[in-house]
Ligand binder design. Structure first.
Ligand code: SF4
Ligand code: SF4
Length: 259
């Protein structure tokens, strides 16, 4: 009997407590919103979703490097000399095609570390939270606006330009080599012209017919001048020899590479 009375009291107490709370909140201002018809005002600097204004992206990859979870994937193609990609709204010259700019929002931890290093302020957090998906792959956001044909064309142009530059470099190298060879040949010819004169003077260095014919012993300033000339010639000869040796080595190296 006592137990029955105690249970009845407890029942009525809990009912009136609950009803009291309900009645109290009935006259208070509501804190819920009728989503999706009503939406809450989001706090300032809220981090919900990343957005990239691809027109302003210069493909510097600073954001990709800053991301701690590696969820940004950027691909770029160098523009060719005749391409004019224009400028960003911040005045940065664009030199790279951005053929891929993917952000995997399923991996993103909303740290916003990618936003701050961007030199053109083109990657930002936006107030969009309605992008849930059934498939994780649907959470990979792609921002590049290049079509496969445009990517192919950009790659083709770049390859063509690289090939052209390589060819021009080879031609310039060849022309330089030919010039050096011609110069060396001219030096050799001049040396060959000197040799008979050396023989005529019995090994005494001479530069003109007058000196070659002279058997007089040289003294004072004359001997000094002759010594200078000898040293100069020896230096020239050594220089020529060095050039010849270098050419020989070059020829041998070329031959070996051809083999
Ligand atoms: S917010 Fe953080 S985790 Fe997300 S993409 Fe940027 S750097 Fe990476
Ligand atoms: S840091 Fe900015 S400009 Fe550089 S690749 Fe990222 S989004 Fe593009």
């Amino acid at each position: 009997m006592v137990k029955a009375l105690s249970d009845t009291y407890l029942t009525f107490k809990t009912i009136f407590t609950g009803m009291g709370i309900t009645l109290r909140h009935l006259f208070k201002r509501s804190v819920t919103v009728q989503y999706p018809r009503q939406r809450d005002v989001l706090p300032e600097r809220v981090r919900l979703k990343l957005h990239v204004n691809i027109d302003d992206c210069i493909g510097c990859r600073l954001c990709e490097r800053a991301c701690p979870v590696e969820c940004i994937d950027i691909g770029t193609i160098k523009s060719t000399d005749d391409d004019d990609l224009g400028e960003t709204s911040t005045g940065h010259k664009k030199k790279l095609w951005v053929d891929q700019f993917d952000i995997d929002m399923a991996k993103c931890c909303y740290c916003e570390l990618c936003v701050h290093p961007c030199p053109t302020d083109c990657i930002t957090m936006v107030e969009d939270y309605e992008y849930s998906a059934y498939d994780r792959n649907d959470l990979i956001l792609s921002f590049s606006d290049m079509s496969p044909e445009q990517i192919e064309e950009a790659n083709r142009k770049l390859e063509k330009e690289a090939e052209e530059k390589r060819r021009k470099k080879e031609e310039a190298k060849l022309a330089k080599k030919k010039k050096a060879e011609a110069k060396a040949a001219a030096g050799d010819a001049a040396a060959a012209g000197d040799k008979p004169k050396d023989a005529a003077t019995g090994g005494v260095a001479a530069t003109d017919g007058k000196e070659a014919g002279s058997e007089k012993p040289e003294t004072g300033a004359g001997a000094e001048a002759s010594g200078d000339e000898d040293a100069e010639k020896a230096a020239r000869r050594a220089e020529r020899e060095a050039r010849r040796a270098a050419r020989r080595a070059e020829r041998e190296a070329k031959k070996k590479s051809e083999e």
